[in-house]
Design a protein around this ligand. Structure first.
Ligand code: ARG
Length: 457
């Protein structure tokens, strides 16, 4: 029998229940649902809308239900319509008539909007902690590789020398922005919809601000239609998580490449690698492949909710029940990804010698060679051209710029002297790029410091 039996009989076809029930996924909001109801009940008692003794009974009953769910003494009945009905029915079962007063001046429409906001705010806290942990891992590993020279790439072609630390800190910056975005989203998530009723507010003298304060919300919604039908905060979170996953996916792609014999810049720890059932030699980077693959799920979750919301008339529509599975899936996926990438990074072994070898090939110091000529008075465009010819000359002879004898340099330009070798030395090339944000060891050290400070804030 349904809680809303009355206008209809309430005895419904089981196929209606199959499509209509949400307890299969919204039971994970039990804690938020009960906490929200406790705040609502306290306010009802304080405002004299419900007798204070009844309100106290309701609060105590709800606290007992929460404790029993936590301890496992109370099993959530998965045949109920949703978590809201389960909690209310259990309360009435336990405390009698007073329980029937809990839903005064409230609709499941504003109740579910409250629950999901509370759930997302908690999830954001966990996600931020995990993102901070991974960012910290980037900083710690970077601090050990300030002088580990490697090629930087554009078009996946060796371009200019950077360091491993610099590369790691690029991902740390992305995560810092993700953390900022999540914190910003939390502000708009913590707006109280309770008091919107089903859609048109309520005639009871509620104290919405008091409920907001009890729950640690920033404020109250200012339009009851919007209060029950707004899911912007959920879309924002899904968008934020999509961007976060983009970052994790790009990082993962590079680690996959780096694990290959073609690169061999990194070896993952055995406990974070998998093998093949047939090829005995295989050690596979499944974690990073899966993070890359799971990124698609989170994009899909964003599309699911955007599409569900796009043509909904005001105010609440049952379509909106579809928000939860998308949100929970995106949150679970992002949490799992962040959680596994941090220890995988901390236990990985990077190979500076292979990075250096790669850096020595590919003429990634050619720009520095041109800059050397510029310092000797040659206009950059001319220096660029001469260096290009030098590179071609070296390629034809199987030499690097470092190996080309000075006499041959001087056949291209008389500005070349013995000091050119120092100027195009890879570590020199990196160290000279010392502007804030550059790859020079001191510049990266400053970035690590600033990032660690941002993590503290
Ligand atoms: N399970 C519903 C949801 O998740 C709760 C709100 C139901 N409201 C209603 N009018 N049937 O959206």
């Amino acid at each position: 029998m349904k809680l809303w039996a009355g206008r209809t009989g309430g005895d419904v076809d089981e196929r209606l229940s199959a499509i209509n029930n949400s307890i299969g996924f919204d039971s994970r909001m039990a804690k938020q649902d009960i906490t929200g109801s406790i705040a609502h009940a306290r306010m009802l008692g304080r405002q004299g809308i419900v007798e204070p003794e009844d309100a106290a009974k309701i609060v105590e009953g709800l606290q007992g239900i929460l404790a029993d769910i936590d301890s496992g003494a109370l099993q959530i009945d998965m045949t109920c319509e949703d978590i809201h009905t389960f909690v209310e029915a259990t309360l009435t079962e336990r405390i009698g008539d007073a329980g029937k007063r809990l839903h005064t001046a409230r609709s499941r429409n504003d109740q579910v909007a409250l629950d999901i906001r509370m759930y997302l705010a908690d999830a954001i806290d966990r996600l931020v902690d995990l993102a901070k942990d991974l960012t910290g891992a980037f900083c710690d590993v970077a601090a050990q590789h300030l002088e580990t020279v490697m090629p930087g790439y554009t078009h996946l072609q060796r371009a200019q020398p950077i360091t491993l630390a610099h590369w790691l800190m690029a991902y740390a910056q992305m995560l810092l922005r993700d953390i900022e975005r999540l914190a910003d989203c939390k502000k708009r998530t913590l707006v109280l919809p309770l008091g919107s009723g089903a859609l048109a507010g309520t005639t009871y003298p509620l104290d919405r601000e008091y409920v907001a304060r009890q729950l640690g919300f920033n404020g109250i919604s200012l339009n009851s239609l919007d209060g029950v039908s707004d899911r912007d905060f959920a879309l924002e979170l899904l968008a934020d998580l999509s961007i976060l996953m983009t970052h994790l996916s790009r990082y993962s792609e590079e680690i996959c490449l780096w694990c290959s014999w073609e690169f061999k810049f990194v070896t993952l720890a055995d406990q974070f690698s998998t093998g093949s059932s047939i090829m005995p030699q295989k050690k596979n980077p499944d974690i990073t492949e899966l993070v890359r693959g799971k990124t698609g799920r989170v994009y899909g979750d964003l599309m699911t909710l955007l599409t569900a919301m796009k043509a909904l008339p005001l105010a609440y529509n049952k379509d909106m029940q579809e928000d939860k599975e998308a949100l929970f899936d995106a949150i679970d996926t992002a949490e799992l990804s962040l959680e596994v990438l941090a220890p995988m990074l901390r236990t990985a072994t990077f190979h500076p010698a292979n990075m250096k070898k790669a850096a020595q090939k590919g003429f990634i110091n050619a720009t520095d060679c041109a800059d050397y000529m510029v310092k000797k008075g040659i206009p950059f465009r001319d220096a660029y051209k001469v260096t290009g010819q030098l590179v071609k000359y070296c390629i034809d002879r199987g030499l690097t710029l470092d190996e080309l004898p000075i006499a041959e340099y001087r056949r291209f330009s008389l500005v070349f002297d013995e000091d050119v070798y120092q100027a195009i030395d890879l570590l020199t090339c990196v160290s000279q790029r010392r502007l804030p944000g550059g790859p020079a060891p001191d510049a990266v050290k400053a970035t690590i410091q600033a990032t660690r400070e941002a993590l503290q804030a």
